[in-house]
Design a protein around this ligand. Structure first.
Ligand SMILES: Cc1ncc(COP(=O)(O)O)c(C=O)c1O
Length: 372
């Protein structure tokens, strides 16, 4: 049977072959990196090689990389570990930022999903404790890229620290964490062709960090627990592979222009803002996201509803809500996300399935759709 066209890389990108090889090698080698004997030293060398590779991808020092169990833990560690009582978070952050800062003050976004810098400036000008500002680099649902450099400039002026969730941006957008100027940066391996269950928090220039779990002295006392050596080795291999970038913009652009031609009312959320090259959040007028996801799945195409929560159910998208999208339109949004193994044929299959469903749904511009 033909393999499905997998267009859900923002959920989890398939494992790259080099990652699998690195993980198998690490699993075979075994050992605890804290042990002083030869097997332990081999495990340690795999961990440190991976640390250098991850550091190289984001332009930090290896010692600034703290391995975690993924992006969720990295976000929690930064938000709790920085030790700030006043936290300002954008309205479009992932739940692992939002829920880790329940008393966080929300920085609004505009209709394209871009953080409101004027609002942030006013919030920072309010008297009170030094703040921690958390703004993601790129959004998981829309791919919209935030002006993090500007956020840092405003925060510095107010003596605030900055955390940036770069889970979706890393490997898709070239950047250097020190150039960006943030204090903390969250990463996750499974968004770039590495395994799930491993990520990192980059802690820049000795920013404060209190560990949120107690135990051994691993990760220079910043994250206790025996290292997931195979996961770390896989993350390192994925980071090395991701350095060559993700040349998928022509595929994404062809998809969007064709769908707009089929259905001029099809809206691309965040389409007017700077976005990741791999992400499209698209509304099919009048057709519920769940219906689309199921129909495309039957046609052998994997995409997700604009907002699929961790239980797999579709819930109202807080991101589209924050952008002021009407709930009825938001309910028709799917997310298409491309990755390292995406091919022109995947886009052809999605376009064909999209056109079929649109016609079956009996839209008024059905003839245009047939002609397209
Ligand atoms: C922007 C963003 N941050 C954090 C996470 C959580 O990462 P992980 O799945 O590694 O815990 C995700 C996962 O979807 C994400 O998209």
């Amino acid at each position: 049977m033909r393999a499905p066209a997998y267009l859900d890389h923002n959920a989890t990108s398939p494992l790259r072959p080099a990652v699998l090889d690195a993980m198998v090698e690490a699993l075979r080698a075994g050992g605890n990196p804290s042990a002083v004997h030869s097997v332990g030293r081999k495990a340690r060398s795999l961990v440190e090689a991976a640390r250098r590779s991850v550091a190289g991808l984001v332009g930090c020092l290896p010692g600034e990389v703290v391995f975690t169990s993924g992006g969720t833990e990295a976000n929690n560690l930064a938000l709790r570990g920085a030790g700030h009582r006043r936290v300002l978070v954008s309205a479009v952050e992932h739940d692992s930022v939002g829920k880790a800062s329940p008393d966080g003050e929300i920085i609004g976004v505009d209709g394209e999903g871009v953080v409101d810098l004027g609002a942030l400036e006013r919030m920072l000008a309010q008297p009170g404790e030094r703040a921690l500002v958390s703004v993601m680099l790129a959004n998981n649902e829309t791919g919209v890229v935030q002006p993090v450099g500007e956020v840092v400039r405003l925060a510095r002026g107010a003596g605030a620290l900055v955390h940036c969730d770069a889970v979706q941006a890393v490997g898709k957008l070239g950047f250097d964490v020190h150039g960006l100027g943030v204090d903390y940066l969250s990463l996750s391996a499974h968004k770039l062709g590495g395994p799930a269950g491993i990520g990192a928090l980059v802690v820049c220039n000795g920013a404060p960090l209190a560990p949120d779990r107690l135990g051994g002295s691993q990760e220079a006392n910043r994250r206790a627990g025996t290292e997931n050596v195979a996961g770390i080795a896989g993350f390192g291999a994925a980071a090395t592979a991701a350095r060559s970038g993700l040349p998928v913009a022509p595929l994404r652009d062809r998809l969007e222009s064709t769908l707009r031609h089929i259905a001029p009312g099809a809206r691309i959320f965040g389409g007017g803002a700077r976005r990741l090259d791999n992400t499209s959040c698209i509304a099919m007028p009048g057709v519920k996201a769940e219906t689309q996801v199921m129909a495309f799945d039957l046609a052998g195409v994997c995409v997700s509803a604009g907002a699929a929560c961790s239980s797999g159910k579709v819930q109202r998208s807080a991101v589209l809500d924050a952008m002021g999208v009407e709930p009825a339109e938001a309910a028709t949004a799917i997310r298409v996300s491309l990755g390292w193994n995406s091919e022109p044929g995947d886009i052809d299959r999605l376009i064909a399935a999209w056109r079929d469903l649109y016609i079956r749904a009996g839209k008024s511009d059905i003839d245009d759709a047939r002609a397209a």
